[in-house]
Design a protein around this ligand. Sequence first.
Ligand SMILES: [Zn+2]
Length: 119
Amino acid sequence: MEQNKKATKIEVEYSGKAATIFSIIEEAESPRSVLDEIGVVGTKVFRRCPDSCPICGNGVLTTLELIGVANRPLFWECTNCNALHCMEERKWIEHRIKKLDGCWTICQAWEMPDKDEFN
Ligand SMILES: [Zn+2]
């Protein structure tokens, strides 16, 4: 049993079938790591709901929408193991997240302000 998933996963705010990922985006190094953090597994694209979760075999999956990233669900979420399976190409989703943040590539060139400057 893998119970100790990364703590940041808890920060995803589930409101029904949608989640906001802004708190994760702020801390993540790249759009790719955002998807890792929220529990996206693999790169296989499931345009239609899989009969069962490819990870655990559970037959109940719900859709998950990421608020601000796209105005429709992007993942199938397993109700048992919470694995997220992509409805779209992972690269496309990462691109949307990058646009959402707006300054990703530039941020890497910036120096992080000292902690003291945060309030
Ligand atoms: Zn599963």
